[in-house]
Design a protein around this ligand. Structure first.
Ligand SMILES: [Zn+2]
Length: 666
């Protein structure tokens, strides 16, 4: 799911924080601090056993939803069959979750009426005789009413452009607003059917394959969708409107392809075309990195709905608009969220952190590392504002679960950092192994499951990393200082001091860190393993060192404080980056770097020319010191002055000169 940024409430996190702060300050030695941290992690893990909705004495195997939707009076008449297995030694009575606004008319099993009671959002059903452990059963619930709507709008009778639109968005606790179910993501059904009867001018989209459309001859049609893959309750969906339909194909082999179906509001049809054209390549890019698209026997789909963001309904994503980044995010969820689902909402980063990171993975594949780095740097800005641990301790508040800074941005940055530690090929092997692991693939996973696989593939423990970044909170603040001495023979010894400001959980971060030393003869990259709060690293380099850059590839989410007079964060080389986005409309960003120099300020000029060589804009014309700069083109007050076409932007900084092309499409 992806939505507008909403900040959550952190009361529990703050209470835990103050408890642990007292605990930390009471200890004196470093070892005691480390032990206190271990206790904190254990305490956090223990808090996770929150009671869910859902009857733990049953194991759901199948859902069939047969829904009649009456738009005129916002009414739903449902016949829902739930098949399950008995998970207790003896079962006489069990319950399904079903919210109270819906009225149950009867419950049957094998055509026989069963006794039931419905109150406090629980439908208790009693069998005539006792079932034994492992025994299968099937019940059918007849119910009707106007569904309530919780969370981000779990069931809506909405509209667009004067036409009806009916849709569901159940995550996290809203499935029981519109059908009886076991309302926990941890219990997947093996398959599902969704039948929707609606006014004949409307089209109903749902999970899996469209098996049949029946014209009932009374002004209504029935759409019968069948899904043959395991599915969590919150990924079952409907999206109904007067859609225009499009299909294109993901060709996964020379002679084989899978349909991708699009359901678009007529007024947005031309606007959607660009996004639609990109999806086949998106599926290819993710399949190459994460393993084959998980629902290849069926389809992928995108259905427009009236909520501003997107929701990764299995094989039938719901979208507010067909924006490329939103499409990439929701598509990536088919691997991370739908095929492997977080076992509980405490582990929501396994869905949202992975999908957010996948946006950068997609743009890295299509537009290059520069765009990837820019997206990660944006994620880092949000991640710095994250409060509390990524592993959630409070899952009762929907906005806390879907807190953008923490579950999305910081979750994504954690994957970026893991990639930095294990390297590109091991990183993607970890993701593929996790996504195809027996028991996790088409099932559910916890953070421990992911950590175990990451460690197995990497071949070494990563507990420090997960404890700090998933169960811990905050980010490291590094205070770095260095000096050097000559050893003779053009060899130099550098003493690099790395000190971290004291945090409370963890007290400090253990991380491998890249150090780039710029010498008179060029750059050398060295690696240190920083596993103490205060540490000195002796490094030997050839040629006289000039500058040191701490974490030059921005692989660590951090604050950097400089004790030395040399600014480690400033670039050691000039560059002019490709503008982003490109092509663009209405604006684009141009970034450049001015290298550290002896004289401090140098004259910098950034000018834009048209293809005839005429100067059309001067974006920068002043003296600047070393640093990374970004400007916007066209300038805010000149948006309408520029016609579609190719433009050249050209940077002159001291003796450095570079030019690049950009394309404005209006
Ligand atoms: Zn998402």
């Amino acid at each position: 799911m992806k939505k507008f940024k909403i900040h959550g409430i952190f009361i529990i996190a703050l209470i835990i924080q103050s408890l642990f702060q007292n605990l930390s300050f009471a200890q004196s030695s470093k070892e005691a601090l480390v032990k206190a941290e271990e206790k904190q992690y254990k305490a956090l893990k223990k808090i996770s056993s929150v009671e869910y909705p859902g009857d733990s004495t049953i194991d759901v195997t199948y859902y069939k939803l047969d829904l009649k939707l009456q738009y005129s009076n916002h009414y739903l008449i449902g016949v829902v069959t739930v098949s399950a297995k008995c998970k207790s030694a003896e079962l006489k009575t069990f319950f399904l979750d079903l919210q109270n606004p819906l009225n149950v008319d009867s419950v049957t099993s094998n055509g026989k009426q069963l006794a039931y009671t419905h109150s406090n959002a629980k439908l208790f059903i009693t069998f005539d005789s006792t079932l034994n452990y492992g025994e299968s059963f099937s019940v059918t619930v007849y119910y009707e009413g106007t569904p309530g709507s919780s969370g981000f709008g779990s069931f809506e009778f909405g509209s667009h452009d004067g036409y009806p639109a009916i849709w569901s968005l159940s995550e996290p606790y809203g499935a029981s607003d519109w059908f009886p179910c076991k309302d926990t993501p941890a219990d997947k059904a093996d398959s599902s059917d969704v039948w929707v009867t609606c006014d004949s001018n409307l089209i109903a989209a749902s999970n899996g394959l469209l098996m049949q459309v029946i014209d009932n001859g009374n002004g209504t049609k029935t759409y019968k969708w069948h899904n043959s893959y395991p599915i969590s309750q919150y990924l079952i969906s409907i999206a109904v409107s007067n859609y225009i339909q499009h299909t294109n194909y993901y060709k996964y082999a020379a002679a084989d392809s899978m349909p991708i179906m699009y359901f678009v509001y007529p007024e947005d049809d031309s606007l959607a075309m660009d996004g639609i054209s990109k999806v086949p390549n998106m599926i290819k890019i993710f399949s190459e990195r994460y393993g084959q698209y998980p629902f290849l026997r069926e389809k992928y789909g995108e259905a427009q709905f009236g909520w501003g963001g997107g929701m990764e309904h299995q094989t039938c994503t719901s979208l507010g608009s067909f924006d490329e980044d939103l499409e990439a995010h929701e598509l990536a969820h088919q691997w991370f969220g739908d095929k492997v689902t977080c076992a509980d909402w405490n582990d929501i980063w396994l869905n949202e952190g992975f999908a957010t990171y996948s946006e950068a993975v997609y743009f890295e594949a299509t537009q290059g590392k520069g765009v990837y780095n820019q997206m990660i740097s944006n994620d880092m800005k949000n991640a710095k504002a994250a409060k509390g641990s990524i592993y959630l301790t409070n899952i009762s508040d929907v906005n806390n679960i879907f807190d953008y800074d923490r579950s999305y941005a910081k979750g994504a940055v954690v994957l970026h950092m893991l990639r930095g530690i294990v390297g590109d090929s091991t990183f993607f092997k970890i993701l593929r192994t996790y996504n195809s692991a027996p028991g996790l693939a088409y099932g559910v996973a916890t953070t421990q499951d992911f950590e175990k696989i990451a460690e197995e593939v990497f071949g070494s423990s990563l507990s420090y990393f997960f404890n700090e970044w998933i169960y811990g909170e905050g980010i490291p603040t590094y205070n770095v200082d260095w000096n050097f001495e000559s050893l003779g023979n053009n060899l130099y010894k550098i003493l690099l001091d790395v000190n971290q400001t004291t945090g409370f959980n963890p007290t400090f971060f253990t991380m491998p860190i890249e150090i780039q030393v710029t010498t008179e003869a060029g750059d050398t990259t060295l690696y240190i393993f920083n596993n103490a709060q205060s540490q000195q690293f002796p490094l030997t380099v050839k040629n006289k060192p000039l500058y040191i850059t701490f974490d030059p590839n921005n692989l660590i989410l951090k604050n950097l404080s400089l004790l030395d007079s040399i600014d480690f964060t400033k670039p050691t080389y000039f560059s002019l980056d490709q503008n982003y986005p490109n092509p663009f409309n209405p604006t684009t960003k141009i970034s450049y770097s001015i290298a550290v120099q002896e004289k401090g300020y140098i004259p910098v000029k950034l000018v834009v020319y048209d293809l005839l060589g005429r100067q059309v804009a001067v974006l920068v014309n002043k003296k600047q010191s070393a640093g990374n700069y970004t400007v916007t083109f066209p300038p805010e007050n000149n948006l309408n002055e520029f016609a579609s076409g190719v433009y050249i932007y050209s940077l002159t900084a001291g003796n450095y000169k570079s030019s690049k092309k950009m394309i404005l499409i209006k």
